[in-house]
Design a protein around this ligand. Structure first.
Ligand code: GRF
Length: 203
């Protein structure tokens, strides 16, 4: 299955997906990386792996819809059937979400439905959480609100700071996202209405 990855920045989750997809047994190949920011470091990383990487600079478009149309065209031209959001920091319109319904997934750095949105590590610490985590979910119109495919949890340790919690969680994200993409690409996770059906054999 051909996969496009959408990024806005450093692209460490994108890199984890690229590395995982190098395995011959992996049921997906990364064929395109798209960034809404031309300066995203992940673009050059993708190119260094021989993957087509394009910036569709949101500043060059008069509307969100026009920008998304260009992004969608690039994805469709690549033949990608699955879209992975990996640190893509721009909200998507319902129209774009509908175009890739059941085929677009996102990784979020919290145990959803706790802490949708930004600043998740600070908010988890402030809430006194003893566990923090990350979630891969199907993308729906509701930001960070779609059906959950897979999650991983890490302990919050005494003395944890935002920075070291973020770093430890990132390592968990890099394991979780390839696992979740494998489930979706192989048909073992799919969206049915408002729910995700996940075959747990491999979970
Ligand atoms: C990650 O924490 C991801 O969960 C969130 O944005 C961050 C992106 O980091 N959605 P990277 O660009 O993958 O390194």
């Amino acid at each position: 299955t051909r996969v496009a990855v959408m990024i806005s920045g450093r692209g460490s989750n994108m890199s984890a997906l690229i590395e995982a997809a190098k395995d011959n047994d992996f049921p997906a190949e990364i064929v395109l990386v798209v960034s809404n920011k031309p300066a995203a470091a992940g673009l050059d990383i993708a190119r260094s792996h021989g993957i087509e990487a394009v910036a569709v600079d949101q500043k060059l478009f008069s509307s969100r819809e026009a920008h998304e149309e260009k992004v969608a065209e690039a994805i469709e031209a690549s033949g990608a059937r699955i879209v992975c959001l990996a640190g893509y920091m721009r909200l998507l319109t319902p129209r774009f979400v509908a175009r890739f319904a059941g085929r677009m997934i996102n990784i979020h750095p919290s145990l959803l439905p706790l802490f949708p949105g930004l600043d998740t590590h600070r908010r988890a610490l402030e809430a006194g959480m003893r566990l923090h985590g990350c979630t891969v979910h199907f993308v729906t119109e509701e930001m960070d609100g779609g059906p959950i495919i897979a999650q991983a949890a890490i302990p919050v340790r005494p003395g944890d700071t935002i920075a070291n919690l973020e770093n430890r969680l990132l390592a968990a994200e890099h394991r979780l996202y390839p696992h979740a993409l494998r489930l979706v690409a192989s048909g073992r996770a799919r969206m049915e209405g408002a729910r995700a059906i996940v075959d747990m054999e491999e979970a």
